[in-house]
Design a protein around this ligand. Structure first.
Ligand code: C2G
Length: 129
């Protein structure tokens, strides 16, 4: 059993989110996802998500590739989450490259290329226009 963990807000869920979760799951055979709380998102991005945390969790939790979810409440708790959920691998998109290298002492860390040409911000902008 290889346990994979990843984190994200997954706001206005799109195919880039789906692809990273599928690729993360392919790193092992059990995928745990830390979904950022609304409060954490405000502190990370200075705005509230469009979809509230319970709806974001409901969407991510329903995916075939996701085995377990929890609320990510703080970026500072990363080491605690990795230990608590006994992660063998941490997978993140390459917008986070280098940011989690300090955890290589307790698990494998992999950064995967983002899906091009799609983001929550781009979707919001398109809807606005
Ligand atoms: N992603 C991707 N391709 C895109 C857009 C996003 O692969 N076109 C990936 C990101 O790289 C990330 C995941 O999807 O790994 C979730 O993205 P966000 O919801 O933007 O996550 P973020 O708010 O950056 O939260 O502890 C880390 C964080 O909480 C990450």
């Amino acid at each position: 059993m290889k346990r994979v963990i990843t984190f994200g807000t997954f706001d206005v869920f799109h195919v880039g989110h789906l692809r990273i979760l599928e690729r993360a799951r392919a790193f092992g055979n059990y995928l745990i996802v830390g979904v950022s709380t609304d409060d954490l998102n405000v502190s990370k991005k200075s705005r509230a998500p469009i979809y509230p945390q319970d709806e974001r969790v409901a969407i991510v939790e329903a995916l075939k590739c996701v085995d377990e979810i929890f609320y990510e409440e703080s970026l500072a708790l990363k080491r605690y989450y990795l230990t608590q959920y006994r992660a063998d691998v941490l997978v993140m998109g390459d917008d986070w490259t280098g940011r989690f290298d300090e955890f290589r002492d307790i698990c494998e860390v992999a950064y995967l290329p983002r899906t091009p040409s799609i983001s929550t911000t781009a979707v919001i902008e398109r809807v606005r226009r």
